[in-house]
Every structure is written in C-alpha cells, then in structure tokens.
Ligand binder design. Structure first.
Ligand code: HEC
Ligand code: HEC
Ligand code: HEC
Ligand code: HEC
Length: 410
C-alpha cells in the first residue's frame, strides 16, 4: 500500500495546491484517501520525481505520439477523449501501463502506447501531469436528473385526494398505496394504463404518467411510513382470520407478503379489499389465481376477511432511500479528494474532467471493460441518473493542480 511505499522511499509528501496557494501536509494517515492501484506503486511514483529535462523529453514524446488526440496542452477538444492536463502523475503512468497490457481495451488509443518504453511512459505521464488543468466545463444543457423520490412525490401530488397523504387512505373504497412493493404498484399502474386492469378512472388519471414517473411514484410510496387505512371495516375480524388461513401462503399470515408478486393486504382499506375480491369473482379484474380462490367466497366471508386484513399493521418495506448526488459525491470525494481534486498521486482527479468521458468511464467500470475493484462496486451501486448527475457535478468543479514535493523523512 501507499504507506509502505512511502516508508520505502523515506519520504513524506508536502502537497502544494498551486491554484489555491495552500500548503497541505500530506503525511500518511492524515488523509483518508484509499489508494488501490495495485502492485506497481513503486514504479508509479517515478513519474512524480521527473526532472525538468525528463518532462521536456515527455513533451517531445507527446508531440510525436499523443497530440492528435490529446493536444499538446492535454486539454481535449474531442468527444470521448479525456483531459490529461494536471492529472495525477502516478495515476496517468499506471493507466498507460494498463492500456499497454490491454487491461483497458486494445484499440482505444489506436496503438499509440503499444511500443513506448516504460521510461517513455514515465516521462509522458510526468509531462501531462505538469500542465495547467482545463477550466471547468460549463455543462451545456446538462439538466440534472431529478431525485427519484422528490420526482415521485411531485408526481403523486394529484393522487393524495383519493389515496390519502403518504398513500394512507381516508376514504372507504380507495386503496392505500403505502407499504406496497414498488414492483406491484408499477404493474398495477401499467395495467390500468394499458387497459389490462379495467378501471376507467385510473386509466385516465395515469394516461399522461410516464414509465419513469410510475417508478418514482412507486418508490415514493414505498418509502413512506406505513399505517392502517383510516377507514371503517364492517366485517367480523375473528371469522375473517379463520377464513384467511388459506390466503397466508401468498399474502402472508398477517397480510404482509414476502413476495413482491403478491400484494400485502395488511392495513388496506376494507371496502377496497372486499370490492377487489368481488371483481376477481365476477371476472372484471382478471387474475387466474385469485379468480379460482374468490369464486368460493360469499359476500359475508369477503367482508370478514377484509376486516381481518384491514386490522393488521402494515410493515415498512426493506427498501432504502437512494442517495442524493451530494451524498454520493461525499463518498466519491473520500478517495478522489475534495470536489474531485485528488491529493493522492495514484488517485485520478475528477474535477474539470469532460462530462461525457466521466459518463463513459463509469459505464466501463460497470460493464468491467475497465477493471478496478474499487470502482466496480461503486459503479454497480449507481443508477443512470446518478451517473449523469455525478459526471455533470465533477465536470463543473474547478480543477486544481497539485505539485507533489518529496521531502526528506526520518
Ligand atoms: C487515437 C487517439 C489517441 C491517441 C493517439 C492517444 N490517446 Fe490517450 N486516450 C484516447 C481516448 C479515446 C481515451 C479514453 C479511452 C477510454 O475510454 O478508456 C484516452 C485515454 C488516455 C488516458 C487515460 C486517462 C484517464 O483519465 O484515465 C491516458 C493516461 C492517455 N490516454 C494518455 C495518452 C498518451 C500519453 C498518449 C501518447 C503516448 C495518448 N494517450 C495517445 C485517445 C488517444
Ligand atoms: C379520483 C380518485 C383517484 C385518484 C385521484 C387516483 N386514484 Fe388510484 N385508485 C382509485 C380507485 C377507486 C382505485 C381502485 C380501482 C380498482 O378497483 O381497481 C385506485 C387504485 C389504484 C391503484 C391500485 C392499488 C392496488 O392495491 O392494486 C394504484 C397503484 C393507484 N390507484 C395509483 C394511483 C396514482 C399513482 C394516482 C395519482 C397519479 C392515483 N391512483 C390517483 C382512485 C383514484
Ligand atoms: C397463489 C397465491 C395467492 C393466494 C393463495 C391468494 N392470493 Fe390474493 N392475490 C394473488 C395475486 C398474484 C394477486 C395480484 C393479482 C392482480 O394483479 O390483480 C392477489 C391479489 C389479491 C387482492 C387484491 C389486492 C390489491 O391490493 O388490489 C386481494 C384483496 C386478495 N388477493 C385477497 C386474497 C384472499 C382473501 C385470499 C385467500 C382466499 C388470497 N388472496 C389468496 C395471489 C394469491
Ligand atoms: C475506495 C476508493 C474510491 C471511491 C470511494 C471512489 N473511487 Fe473512483 N476510482 C478509484 C480508483 C482507485 C480509480 C482508478 C481505477 C483505475 O485504475 O482504473 C478510480 C477511478 C475513477 C474514475 C476514472 C477517472 C479517469 O480519469 O478515468 C472515475 C470517473 C471515478 N473513479 C468516479 C468515481 C465516482 C463518481 C465515485 C463515487 C460514486 C467514486 N469514483 C468513488 C477509487 C475510488
């Protein structure tokens, strides 16, 4: 790990943040930056100790081999090509090695690094690292992808009149939407919209609601604190409980289902439950499993079962609120530095990088085209919206050059 390398070299780093003119003492352990670039740390550090002559040599190599894509200033003008200027030197060197070995795909750089010596890679990395970084990119037209829970809340504003605040019904006949699996709610909404589940009112209400908003609405309701519908229940709970034994296999003994395909019934509005059973029985709501079961039930038993389920406490779902972009960025900054300005020579800076490149690379980690154990887990946890938002966020941050100065240690 980096600490060992430092001991090996008997150095501590003083990091001078040039743009901010701040001096940061970068001693091991002072910063929670976890470097994980692998075995070649020792080699990677060479690019940091390059002399002026070596950097000049790196410039000549860049001129001969890299300019047509990266420019001599390391500031990309082409889609898909990352900025290199001011990027952390050890990181650049190790990525060049990764391209050379094919670990980052064979063709991306058109064979540009294939025949360069290790020494040349060190120098060209040192050269690009020594340059002033790109100015932050004015993320043109990049509209932030809205937070799914906030978007769901907004889209569900119109539903509260019937389904109650937070999806807890106050109106007999109107189902609660809280404590229902998003998968079930989305299927129900799509069923109404397509006409597969017949209900003219719900069909017209959902006609203009997009699939994305249905997902957001379902997520919003799934995250609300559940409570029983605040509606009366006419039937006999005790009789209902006995009759409901046959239903527990799918809906749970207390009406809390363990399978997203089977809706929970606990705390649901009783009148809605009884109506639903009628609808299955008379065929106006189609479902093979429920049709057969409801056929055997008379009105009284339906009411009793409905009363039993309505009295059961609904349970919160095992679903976590997704992180906001700001919360994600906090996690990323732990490794990539404040606002994506890494102070670790092995850790890429993200600040000021091209947005579309950041998006591409995050996808590459996710599909394992670009392999990194640290980033594989991270990228798996990101949604498309998170990727767009984080890329736009880091592209907007001001990139700061960092000069790593080796100082004698004990
Ligand atoms: C044919 C155009 C082309 C040439 C020539 C080229 N590159 Fe690249 N370079 C790219 C592209 C495209 C990417 C992004 C590839 C990807 O997504 O993995 C890239 C990525 C990189 C990266 C990874 C940056 C990061 O942030 O991870 C480094 C380092 C790099 N190039 C250095 C060089 C150097 C040094 C040279 C010259 C020796 C060079 N490239 C020549 C097109 C080129
Ligand atoms: C005017 C009243 C009204 C409004 C407004 C309304 N609904 Fe409904 N909703 C109903 C009724 C009545 C039912 C029961 C329909 C049935 O029997 O299938 C229902 C059923 C549902 C169901 C099925 C519940 C289940 O347990 O299967 C979902 C999901 C749903 N509505 C979502 C919504 C959403 C989302 C909105 C807002 C975009 C909305 N509703 C607005 C009256 C309304
Ligand atoms: C084989 C599994 C299975 C069993 C057993 C079962 N159900 Fe269902 N139930 C389902 C499925 C699947 C649905 C959703 C169907 C749909 O999308 O309309 C459902 C839906 C319902 C609904 C509508 C819920 C809503 O929110 O709209 C009610 C009410 C219901 N079941 C009651 C019962 C009762 C009462 C019994 C026992 C007599 C029972 N179910 C037994 C599978 C089952
Ligand atoms: C545990 C430390 C760690 C965390 C946390 C982390 N990263 Fe990384 N990240 C790395 C490492 C190590 C690399 C270099 C991997 C490689 O060699 O390809 C990297 C590389 C990247 C790159 C490629 C940069 C380039 O120039 O090609 C991007 C983009 C990136 N990370 C974004 C993120 C985002 C966004 C987050 C937060 C969601 C994040 N990272 C969180 C360690 C981390």
């Amino acid at each position: 790990m980096i600490r060992r390398v430092r001991n090996l070299y008997r150095i501590a780093f003083v990091v001078m943040v040039v743009a901010g003119a701040a001096i940061v003492n970068y001693s091991p352990g002072a910063k929670a930056q976890a470097a994980s670039a692998g075995a070649d740390k020792k080699d990677g550090l060479q690019a940091m100790y390059a002399t002026a002559a070596e950097v000049a040599e790196g410039k000549r190599i860049a001129q001969a081999t890299c300019v047509r894509c990266h420019g001599l200033d390391g500031i990309s003008t082409a889609k898909g090509v990352p900025h290199l200027a001011g990027q952390r030197p050890a990181y650049l060197y190790l990525e060049l090695r990764a391209y050379q070995s094919g670990a980052r795909g064979k063709k991306v750089m058109d064979g540009a690094v294939e025949f360069l010596s290790d020494d040349a890679l060190v120098k060209v990395a040192a050269y690009y690292a020594s340059l002033d970084p790109a100015q932050p990119f004015a993320a043109r037209g990049a509209k932030p992808v809205p937070d799914p829970v906030q978007a769901g809340k907004a889209a569900a504003a119109a539903c509260a009149a019937c389904h109650g605040e937070g999806g807890i019904s106050k109106t007999p006949g109107m189902p609660s939407l809280v404590a229902l699996e998003p998968k079930y709610l989305v299927t129900a909404m799509k069923g109404y919209k397509s006409g597969q589940r017949k209900h003219d009112l719900m069909k017209s209400l959902l006609a203009a609601v997009s699939d994305a908003d249905m997902n957001n609405i379902a997520l919003y309701y799934a995250l609300q604190t559940p409570a029983r519908a605040q509606t009366p229940a006419a039937g006999n709970q005790a009789a209902g409980k006995t009759a409901a034994v046959a239903c527990g296999g799918c809906h749970g003994n207390q009406g809390v289902s363990a399978n997203p395909a089977f809706p929970s019934l606990a705390g649901q509005d009783a009148q809605y439950l009884a109506t639903a059973l009628q609808a299955y029985k008379n065929g106006s709501r189609r479902d093979e499993a429920m049709k057969g079961l409801a056929a055997a039930l008379n009105d009284r038993v339906m009411k009793d079962m409905a009363a039993f389920y309505a009295a059961q406490p609904p349970q919160p779902l095992n679903i976590r609120r997704p992180l906001t972009t700001a919360e994600w960025a906090q996690k990323c900054d732990r490794c990539h530095g404040a606002n994506g300005n890494s102070v670790d020579p092995f850790m890429p800076a993200l600040a000021g990088q091209r947005m579309e490149y950041l998006v591409k690379v995050l996808h590459d980690y996710r599909t394992r085209v670009h392999q990194s154990s640290a980033m594989a887990a991270m990228s798996d946890a990101l949604t498309e919206g998170d990727i767009e938002n984080l890329a736009a966020y880091y592209a907007r941050q001001k990139a700061r050059t960092v000069v790593f100065v080796p100082v004698p240690g004990k």
